[in-house]
Design a protein around this ligand. Structure first.
Ligand SMILES: *[C@@H]1O[C@H](CO)[C@@H](O)[C@H](O)[C@H]1NC(C)=O
Ligand SMILES: *[C@@H]1O[C@H](CO)[C@@H](O)[C@H](O)[C@H]1NC(C)=O
Ligand SMILES: *[C@@H]1O[C@H](CO)[C@@H](O)[C@H](O)[C@H]1NC(C)=O
Length: 519
């Protein structure tokens, strides 16, 4: 994988150049580096509208338990827990880099609290596969920490430097011939994507920004790969088919996506790791891109292969439904148009039959934290899973163990509180017979989660005013709040029942209001 890129690159410079030259004739799409080097190449290539630059925006929407760490610095903190999304993003960077994209055209958002985390058994290194090498090396730190936020993500996509707040200042300064690839890996919920900072990102806002980018005339086509729980809900019924955008998502609108290379898997991380190393959809497209010649493999071929692997050979046992949205005609294009291609794979032919490993022990992303805490307190009911030597070794009754125990109780209390509050609100609004059914209702495919997104925002606010923050776990209840809007309940009505359901906001850190609204 990626990290040995430097050596490989030296050896293949001559080869790369020859590929680029011959390719300029065969294929109208150029490597970004052509732009500076080559009028020579351009005149060889002919047509004026065929010149384009490849851009990539890579974003990990999760940090460790940011808010928790922020408030309780002295406790044992699970910031290594959501390592997988940052590992995914680093791996994606290596693919872009090997594909020939330049750093100036790759914009990376990640909280960056993993590589040098005290819980990382390999300091300064991030791996995305049990036997994989370092994928962290060389990754540009464009937007890290607090700078990973919705405002900056939109400013970067739109190429609007004045709207930026912090960060490297790099934006997608693209023109009408350019191709843009966006990869977002995160823990989400219906209609919403997480960020390491509040507020989270609503689907309608994201799609509005994509439409705006299209209206600016600043791309030829854009491909969006999205890993998150319920990620289908981000584009379903929202993404137009006529703005040259093709998107695939890890799951449909109403199911979890899955972590992989988890402790306890058949293909598990080295024993010193107690967290998943990647996410199933993400590693599926990336491991495919690592080995194939992307000049000949199409988006559609990759979609099929990733769909098969992510569905665990269509059993959907610990797997999800990979979906595609937007302008499906774009999927006949070669991946090369967006990702470039690693010259070392020039002779690799695409094989239809799926030789990639099937996982069937993946961990539901949403439960990863519970499993983690369970083991942190030294419980042994889940042998092999999420075992961290450091915590395991902590003596019984030590402050470490006690701290871990309190964390587990806090996490469980938050979950119970959020689940029970939403359920009670449903019963109060729709009666105990229909409450649960009304909240869980899934709209027919092709229809967006909610018709009135500003209503959804108001419902989230109203809930959080009375019941405390939904936070990352509570995102799973976005559908219930959307259904409350779809049923025509007024904000006043919602406020009334929320006040009844939650007469106080619990004090545990997961449900605190210290950081304001989560969405
Ligand atoms: C860029 O962002 C600034 C600040 O938010 C805004 O005033 C301006 O209209 C934006 N420019 C464009 C071209 O969208
Ligand atoms: C996947 O499923 C197909 C059809 O059910 C089956 O023929 C094939 O052997 C399976 N592949 C693996 C690797 O399990
Ligand atoms: C691809 O195959 C050609 C012809 O056999 C060979 O000369 C070249 O070195 C191979 N390239 C790579 C990257 O393996």
């Amino acid at each position: 994988m990626g990290c040995s890129a430097a050596g490989a690159a030296l050896l293949t410079v001559a080869f790369l150049l020859s590929i680029m030259l011959s390719d300029a004739i065969r294929n109208p799409i150029r490597l970004p580096s052509d732009r500076n080097e080559g009028l020579r190449v351009e005149s060889g290539g002919g047509g004026g509208d065929t010149v384009g630059t490849r851009w990539a925006v890579l974003i990990a929407g999760s940090s460790g338990f940011y808010n928790y760490r922020h408030q309780f610095d002295d406790m044992l903190l699970p910031s290594f827990l959501f390592a997988s999304t940052q590992a995914d993003i680093c791996h994606a960077y290596q693919i872009m880099k090997n594909g020939g994209l330049k750093d100036e055209n790759i914009i990376v958002f990640m909280y960056d609290d993993i590589a040098h985390n005290k819980d990382n058994p390999r300091p300064g290194v991030i791996i995305n596969h049990p036997k994989g090498g370092d994928v962290y090396s060389g990754v540009p730190k464009d937007y890290v920490g607090e700078d990973v936020n919705v405002n900056n993500f939109f400013a970067v996509l739109l190429g609007n430097k004045t709207a930026l707040n912090g960060g490297s200042g790099k934006v997608v300064d693209s023109g009408p011939d350019d191709h843009i690839f966006v990869f977002y890996s995160d823990h989400g919920g219906p209609g919403i994507l997480g960020m390491p900072t509040y507020p989270y990102l609503y689907s309608d806002e994201l799609v509005d920004v994509l439409k705006k980018k299209h209206a600016l005339g600043s791309y030829k086509s854009l491909v969006f790969y999205l890993e998150a729980c319920e990620s289908g809900s981000i584009f379903e019924g929202l993404l137009p088919e006529d703005i040259n955008i093709y998107a695939t998502t890890a799951s449909n609108a109403y199911e979890s996506s899955w972590g992989t290379y988890c402790p306890g898997d058949r293909s598990r991380p080295p024993p010193e790791f107690y967290t998943c190393l990647g996410d199933l959809y993400s590693v599926s497209w990336m491991e495919d891109s690592d080995i194939h010649n992307l000049q000949t493999e199409t988006l559609k071929q990759q979609y099929r292969l990733v769909k098969t692997r992510t569905s665990v050979n269509e059993t959907y046992k610990s797997g999800s439904h990979v979906m595609q949205f937007g302008d499906l005609e774009l999927n006949v294009e070669n991946l090369f148009v967006y990702l470039g291609s690693n010259p070392a794979n020039a002779n690799a032919t695409f094989i239809e039959d799926n030789s990639l490993y099937f996982h069937n022990d993946a961990v539901n992303q949403r439960d990863a934290d519970l499993v983690y805490f369970w083991h942190k307190v030294g419980a042994s009911r889940l042998p092999d899973l999420m075992v961290n030597a450091e915590y395991e070794r902590a003596p019984l009754g030590s402050s470490q163990k006690l701290g871990a125990h309190k964390e587990l109780l806090d996490v469980m209390a938050h979950r119970l509180h959020v689940d029970a509050s939403v359920e009670l609100i449903g019963n109060l609004l729709f009666g105990s017979e229909r409450g649960s059914e009304m909240l869980k209702m899934v709209r027919p495919s092709g229809q967006a989660l909610v018709d009135d997104w500003s209503c959804l925002r108001l419902m989230v606010r109203t809930f959080e005013m009375h019941c405390g923050s939904l936070s990352q776990y509570g995102m799973k209840h976005m559908r219930s709040l959307a259904n409350i809007c779809n049923a025509g309940i007024s904000v006043e009505g919602m406020a009334k029942v929320s006040a009844q359901a939650c007469n106080s906001i619990p004090t545990n850190p997961w449900s605190s209001l210290h950081r304001g609204f989560s969405a």
